[in-house]
Design a protein around this ligand. Structure first.
Ligand code: UT7
Length: 331
């Protein structure tokens, strides 16, 4: 909390996922893999995949409306919209389209890209605008449609990703409920996970040449990212627990980016947090990148597992490499 005395509370959440489901058995028809291998190595069974007529903006708008309704405010009360995504419908950004779709006419809106850490980074960014007193009601959305950028012939990565959107409403309050946070980057490992632009030279005029191309499909060194996550995520959460003067026993729920069930289990074990406190929806949604944390949160809030006042330790990690942690009291 800053010296103006403005804290932050997360007062509503919502989510949306496409209807079409891609199962492990479907994937086994496409590449040399099996339901058993995928389930044992990742914990995944299904992923929801956007059809050509479904957009990231539409999914995000549904999630946003759910969060706004739960918070008990109206779209016109929103001051700021931050859309965390790596897969916007429009490279100029999709936050403004969402602002239009939900009628948040008083909000300024922009995109933020930090891959699978995006939602967490956006949440922390929202807290900064709230703590300075600049904005009171901030809508944070994490959404990705990575299925657009998957190499469907690469069995080491195509089994992992699904599509979805999740959102939360953050509000300025006296009693600060964002207890601590930390954000980190390591560009020296940037090559581990990429969705790179690739352009060929296109002669323009005289001696001038421009790049003309598109984005290559996702490439990932799975083992390297796995090792990074298992090392850095517990470290980041330990730091935020220390800053918040909390121990592992104080944590009610562990809310991690849903990249691999084995990563979540290993992080919980290192932190001495019971496996039963892990909020996981990985079996149903796979890795939905920036959407995974708010999707898992929304399900747990709506089915009554997460209750007002529960202490949640969240952590996102992924391409960049980026990672971060935030501890907050729900509601
Ligand atoms: O959201 C961004 C963050 N991303 C992540 O956190 C991903 C982190 N990485 C992972 O989750 C895991 O590394 C994977 C799930 C991607 C892979 O699991 P792994 O236990 O690290 O497997 P591996 O890469 O060590 O591969 C083991 C074997 C290899 O065969 P050989 O060389 O031992 O003969 C692979 O070729 O499994 C093979 N393999 C597969 N077999 C069946 C790799 N992918 C598959 C597959 N089906 N889909």
């Amino acid at each position: 909390m800053n010296n103006m005395g403005v804290g932050m509370a997360i007062t509503g959440c919502g989510s949306a996922a496409p209807e079409s489901i891609l199962t492990n058995d479907h994937l086994a028809q496409m590449v040399d893999t099996s339901d058993e291998w995928i389930n044992i190595r990742t914990g995944m069974k299904n992923r929801h995949i956007a059809s050509p007529s479904e957009s990231l903006s539409q999914l995000s708008a549904v999630a946003a409306k759910g969060a706004i309704a739960m918070a008990g405010i109206s779209p016109t009360d929103i001051d700021l919209i931050i859309l965390a995504t790596s897969t916007p419908d429009d490279l100029f950004g999709s936050a403004c389209r969402i602002q239009g779709l939900i009628g948040a006419t008083n909000a300024v809106a922009f995109d933020l890209t930090a891959a699978c850490s995006g939602f967490l980074f956006a949440l922390i960014t929202a807290s900064q605008f709230i703590s300075t007193g600049m904005y009171h009601n901030v809508l944070v959305i994490g959404a990705d449609v990575l299925s657009r950028w998957v190499d469907w012939s690469d069995r080491t990565s195509c089994i992992l990703f699904g599509d979805g959107a999740g959102a939360v409403v953050c509000q300025g309050v006296k009693d600060n409920r964002l207890l601590s946070f930390g954000m980190y980057s390591n560009g020296s490992q940037n090559d581990s996970l990429n969705l790179n632009y690739h352009g060929n030279g296109k002669p323009l005029v005289d001696n001038l040449t421009v790049q003309h191309g598109s984005y290559n499909p996702i490439t990932m060194n799975g083992k390297e990212v796995y090792r990074f996550a298992v090392a850095k995520v517990p470290e980041a959460i330990s730091k935020t627990m220390f800053q918040a003067n909390l121990t592992a026993d104080d944590i009610d729920w562990l809310l991690l980016h849903q990249a691999n069930q084995r990563i979540m289990d290993a992080v919980a074990k290192r932190l001495n947090i019971a496996q039963s406190k892990i909020l996981s929806n990985i079996a149903e949604y796979g890795n939905t990148s920036a959407a995974s944390i708010p999707l898992a949160l929304d399900a747990a809030v709506r089915d009554g597992r997460v209750k007002p006042g529960d202490i949640i330790a969240a952590s996102g990690f992924g391409a960049g490499l980026t990672w971060g942690s935030a501890i907050f009291k729900w509601g």
